[in-house]
Design a protein around this ligand. Sequence first.
Ligand code: FAD
Ligand code: MLT
Ligand code: ZN
Length: 472
Amino acid sequence: MNELIETLTTIVGKNHVLTGMDLDDYEQDWRRRARGKALCVVRPGSTQEVALVVNACAVVGASIVPQGGNTGLVGGSIPNSSGTQVVMSLRRMTTVRSIDPENMTITVEAGCVLQSVQEVVDSHGFLFPLSLGAEGSCTIGGNLASNAGGTQVLRYGNARDLCLGVEVVTPQGDVWDGLSGLRKDNTGYDLRDLFVGSEGTLGVITAATMKLYPKPAAQLTAWAALASLEDANRLLGLARRHLGSCLTGFEVMNRFALHLVDKHFPHLRVPMWREHAWCVLIEISDNESEAHARGLFEGLLEIAFERGLVADAIIAESLKQMHDLWHIRESITLAQTAEGFNVKHDISVPISLIPEFVRETDTALATAFPSLRFVNFGHMGDGNLHYNIQVPEGCDAKEFVQTNEERISTIVYDTVSKYRGSISAEHGVGELKLDKLVHYKSNVALNLMRAIKSAFDPRNTLNPGRVLKSNR
Ligand code: FAD
Ligand code: MLT
Ligand code: ZN
């Protein structure tokens, strides 16, 4: 293995092969649930270097864990505990290769941080709509590898929908230049769509061509308080009809989720949470003007008040207030972490069934574990809830999670399955949901997935034991 480290040093230079020192940033997952041990961290600076590194590892049978911002929530971006895996960090690859205003595309390297891509695109007068709480540190490569969702999926789709082409280094170390800017291409199997969402198990994404959108004339946000999820569902239907394609976000948050934000970040001044069971954040993007957007919102809220769907509401008065409201929503994950160990379920069910799903699952869990605290929030407009659990107050959170997570998640996922939902709407499978996937996905689907993995990566070089089990 020392020889491999020497070869890697020759390829990327000695400053970019990290060993022996504190590798916490690369070996520890964001949720601090798991810690691995890497043989080394290698930081290639170009596609050619990625290809040479992959080839060098494949030749000696070493496996590679591709890594971007390491913000993944399912333990898929850190090495296992063997001390033999090479973590390949793409974070040095941050070149914006080109922007094509007529084709409305941008081609960026995989290590570009999402927020920096949003900013570059904005400076060219366009919108890149992928938006999520980790955008200050997650990378485009990681977004694509995990097919990230976020808060504007309802209007613009997931990372997959925003991607027109990818450049990939295969597990054999070949470079596939699939950086097409085409919106139509039916020349056989869609390789791009296989790499997107493959969580680093089929290839290393080194660059991507992404779609741009016209920057809306105005974006406006409203915060509304509601009595129930049924009302949230009705309000969503009303918003769709009233706002049409101007509706870009519809996020729901329960009282306890907002209580945690208020408790751990009191300076954020969370509105309305004490008196109401649910709050929603609605965003519209308007191509006419802010005044037009405001008129649309006022019209929507007037009907919603008349029908008794909304108990209280505010429309952001300024850009600052709009950012502050979004900041509250994006802080729920951090507030949960501050509160202590927790159990996450990133599920989806048909939107119409969300209220029923939550009622049934809450009841089943409360019967089995009387003092659980429910943190329910997420992308209601996509049928995607973060049905998270905070352990009973006062108990040892780590111990409680270790002892009871399996039973809690089984109750949640059995109900998801009954409603024909998904046990991972946007975070992926990683390591966390390996066993669950085998249980809840059909054998036909699993066998097809295994066949794809062994066709692409017969030596199991890339991220073995993630998404699909392996004996490596
Ligand atoms: P990493 O965490 O480094 O890697 C994620 C996976 O992709 C791993 O399996 C890794 O091996 C693989 N990978 C990384 N880069 C490459 C590459 N170049 N080629 C091949 N494989 C690669 N996710 C959502 O979908 N929606 C949300 O709203 C959302 N909100 C979040 C909020 C917070 C506060 C946090 C911490 C996370 C959130 N996430 C969310 C999860 C996470 O940020 C995203 O999944 C993000 O897309 C991961 O990007 P990353 O660069 O950090 O990838
Ligand atoms: C979010 O939408 O904020 C994250 O995907 C949720 C999470 O941390 O569970
Ligand atoms: Zn989410």
